[in-house]
Design a protein around this ligand. Structure first.
Ligand SMILES: O=P(O)(O)OC[C@H]1O[C@H](O[C@H]2O[C@H](CO)[C@@H](O)[C@H](O)[C@H]2O)[C@H](O)[C@@H](O)[C@@H]1O
Length: 281
């Protein structure tokens, strides 16, 4: 943990939340029901890219504001450890991005889980992508400049944020590669300027359920915040725990409130943690 972070005490939080822009451009207050949480009975699950962090041109270029680390660490203390990342990125990558902060985490869309910040990372026994298939998908980067094939071991992400014009051709190639039942055990998930390809059998929903069975999280009511198609499985798991979902950038099924962007999520977390005294980001 960062040595500079200060210890805060656990307490019920009744915050007047940050404002979010309404559709007519004016600032509107958050609904009262999401401004009051008993932190002794709450768990928080956070998607990372597009939810906590602003989207960057490439996966390696994301930026973590110091105030966000501070808020997450303060909440980790106040929630007695019941706060976790739930991401498509591998856990080692989350540790690198948020260094020196480590949190409990579900990584690789549910392929990995770590219950405690310094605990062991447990990996799914479900097969990773077959090597021949992985090699064929890697060739998709040759279609044009700006396409990035991110090989995460368990899964692949084909990014075309820097070359949106290739979206159609990329999907055509994926369909071609998947002919003859080669992808039958896989899930192909088109996201925002990305196609995620992962084995079936686990997802963010299975990850959230597993984390909720851990001592730190058990019996609490989860809040999950997410922004993309791979987050749907986590939203769908929430009713099992009487949980609450918040979306980012557009209301989705299972969400009761929508944040306009990651900046609003960060402001709310800072407010909840009581560290919103710090200026800007
Ligand atoms: O589940 P998440 O934590 O939201 O991760 C989803 C994917 O995020 C990353 O890609 C996305 O963010 C990049 C950085 O902002 C951006 O350049 C890219 O276009 C986005 O798709 C990450 O690279 C993937 O591995 C994650 O699965």
């Amino acid at each position: 943990m960062p040595e500079t972070l200060t210890k805060t005490t656990s307490a019920d939080v009744d915050v007047v939340g940050p404002s979010t822009p309404s559709s007519d451009g004016k600032r509107a207050s958050l609904p009262a029901e999401m401004l009051k949480f008993d932190l002794d009975r709450t768990a928080i699950f956070l998607d990372v890219d597009g939810t906590l962090l602003d989207i960057a041109p490439t996966p390696l270029e994301v930026y973590v504001p110091a105030q966000l680390r501070e808020a997450l660490y303060a909440l980790w203390q106040q929630l007695d450890g019941a706060i976790a990342f739930i991401s498509g990125r591998p856990i080692a990558e989350l540790d690198r991005i948020f260094d020196p902060l480590r949190l409990p985490a579900v990584g690789g869309h549910g392929a990995e889980i770590r219950f405690l910040p310094k605990g062991e990372i447990r990996r799914s026994r479900i097969a990773t992508l077959d090597d021949a298939l992985r090699a064929d998908f890697a060739l998709i980067s040759k279609i044009g400049k700006g396409i990035i094939v991110e090989d995460k071991g368990y899964s692949l992400a084909i990014h075309y944020r820097q070359a949106p014009e290739y979206g159609g051709e990329i999907m055509k190639n994926v369909v071609e590669i998947c002919k003859n039942e080669r992808c039958d055990s896989l899930e192909v998930l088109p996201g925002k300027l990305v196609v995620e390809i992962k084995p079936g059998g686990y997802d963010k929903g299975t990850g959230l359920r597993e984390m909720m069975s851990a001592e730190t999280f058990k019996g609490r009511r989860p809040i999950f915040i997410g922004d993309d198609v791979t987050d749907n499985a986590a939203f769908a798991a929430l009713p099992e725990f009487d949980g609450t979902g918040f979306s980012v950038g557009g209301i989705v099924k299972g969400a009761t409130f929508n944040f306009d962007g990651p900046q609003d999520v960060r402001a709310w977390l800072q407010r909840l943690a009581g560290v919103d005294h710090m200026e800007g980001e």
